[in-house]
Design a binder for this molecule. Sequence first.
Ligand SMILES: O=C(O)c1ccccc1NCC(=O)[C@H](O)[C@H](O)COP(=O)(O)O
Length: 219
Amino acid sequence: MSGKRVLVKVCGITSVEQSQALQEMGVDFLGFIFHPASPRFALERISLDEIASIRHPKKIGVFTSHSAAQIVEIAKSVGLWGVQLHGAYSARCIGEIKQQLPLCTILKVLSIENSLTENQRKSLQDPGAPWDMLLLDTATPTLGGSGQSFNWKLLEGICLAKPFFLAGGVSLENSSLAQLLTPRPYALDVNSRFETAPGVKDLDKIYSLLEKLTHGENL
Ligand SMILES: O=C(O)c1ccccc1NCC(=O)[C@H](O)[C@H](O)COP(=O)(O)O
């Protein structure tokens, strides 16, 4: 295979230098985690001003328990392209965010266990849902960054209403399979499988991923 690859989000970035290197490599989305309990909590290592200084056009903020007002404030101050919402964000809260950030892409996270719940099935197939895209991740007590994949076969035969990011244990080894899934992911979200330590990305490995997704296995 050679040509257009699936889009790639690198999540859990904690440095300006790594952001710049990833941008130069052609990474499509940069993820900054605003969950204080995460070992990749962005504000532990860089400031809002520094995140604002990163010129990448598609920065995504990851939120777990902030209010709509706090999310809007952070999104405006650092210039987020998207907000990724983990946990129980209501349709009303998402509506509030959308009203104040009409140009911002809202990604609703579905945390998937061993099977899909009835609500998750509905969310996957609902064209009228208030979010713009879904991010499908593995359910874990830490809410994300587990390095574990859910059973991707659960998605087979479901007609998804909106584009989705595939997250959870995406690695160099399973990435070719991931980009060819049906339904096809809009983007792959990579994180702990491409790190030398939490929040420190393995740039060589991410470069290999982009090469592999673009040119296939036979490099
Ligand atoms: O990565 C974290 O530490 C994290 C903590 C709390 C909420 C979300 C978090 N990450 C969000 C992501 O989008 C991750 O990229 C996603 O969970 C996949 O991570 P991994 O399984 O390590 O590839």
